[in-house]
Design a protein around this ligand. Structure first.
Ligand code: NDP
Length: 277
């Protein structure tokens, strides 16, 4: 039985705090990789239309034997599908590829503020939510200014904001903003994409102190900060390692050392300007 705790979203839906991300997993490997994750105990799976692996992901869900209500499936609307009608069509296509009749969480992948389309796109997600085809709807890569606009111009409060977040980009202001507005923060690239961050000597020292791996130590940091995290791995032993993080605690000294690692450096694009369609 999985020991992953839940975060209760602002509409009462419970989301596992630790999930499994599948960016860069090819569609023909996704069934096997997601099956390994489900076998290891993950129940929350994070995909996106642009990842091109909703089909393989859906196959793993179908063959897993895990009851649908125990799964938490997230997918995302890609940039080329902004706009009210396009978003509704894109959602139908994602559901069909996943082989599901609802998702647990549907996110707008990027705000593309210069395009001026995220408000009407959000209105399509409101409709999908009202129809019960997504149990929760939310955002990815949205900054406070973008979220403020949605809060003042639309009626459904976003449940989640999934953003780049790891010890080198700790997003303190954004996390505080989301907390003030009842929006759960979710970390993408929680391991800083592996290389580099996991070799950091400070993290190595804390990991050695607890007899755990650097990846486990970083995931523990996420969990103790209270947000969701969705590490990705295609390696079965790492898939298991990354969910084996519920029997140790970082102490105040460890957390202070982590706080000192924040350089503010991004690995991914800047949400203010990213507009690749
Ligand atoms: P992660 O921070 O999860 O790091 C993944 C990398 O770390 C892989 O190269 C993996 O290697 C390696 N790794 C995983 N576990 C370990 C371990 N225990 N020890 C050593 N290395 C390890 O990066 P991602 O960018 O994949 O982010 C995670 C998820 O976040 C994505 O899969 C996606 O779902 C989501 N995401 C969302 C974005 C958005 O815009 N909303 C943008 C980017 C990501 P290997 O696979 O070879 O084991």
């Amino acid at each position: 039985m999985s020991k992953v705790p839940f975060i209760t979203l602002n509409n009462g839906v419970r989301m596992p705090q630790l999930g499994f991300g599948v960016w860069q997993v090819p569609d023909d490997e996704a069934a096997e990789t997601v099956s390994a994750a489900l076998e290891a105990g993950y129940r929350s799976i994070d995909t996106a239309a642009i990842y091109g692996n909703e089909k393989g992901t859906g196959q793993a869900l179908a063959r897993s034997g895990v009851a649908r209500e125990e799964l938490f499936v997230t997918t995302k609307l890609w940039n080329s599908d902004h706009g009210y009608d396009a978003a509704l069509r894109a959602f139908d296509a994602s559901l069909a590829r996943l082989g599901l009749d609802y998702v647990d969480l549907y996110l707008i992948h990027w705000p593309m503020p210069a395009a001026g389309t995220f408000v009407e796109t959000w209105q399509a997600l409101e409709k999908i939510y009202a129809e019960g085809r997504a149990r929760a709807v939310g955002l990815s890569n949205f900054h406070p200014g973008h979220i403020q606009r949605l809060l003042s111009e639309t009626s459904v409060r976003p449940a989640v904001d999934q953003v780049e977040l790891h010890p080198r980009l700790q997003q303190s202001e954004l996390r505080a903003f989301n907390a003030r507005h009842g929006i759960a923060t979710e970390a993408w690239s929680p391991l800083g994409q592996g290389r580099g961050l996991l070799d950091d000597p400070v993290i190595g020292r804390i990991a050695a102190k607890h007899g755990r791996s650097p990846a486990q130590t970083v995931l523990r940091w996420h969990l103790q900060l209270g947000h969701m995290a969705i590490p990705k791995s295609s390696t079965p032993s790492r898939i298991r390692e990354n969910i084996d993080v519920f029997d140790f605690e970082l102490d105040a000294d460890d957390l202070a050392a982590f706080a000192g690692l924040d350089t503010g450096d991004r690995l991914g694009p800047d949400p203010e300007t990213f507009s690749v369609a």
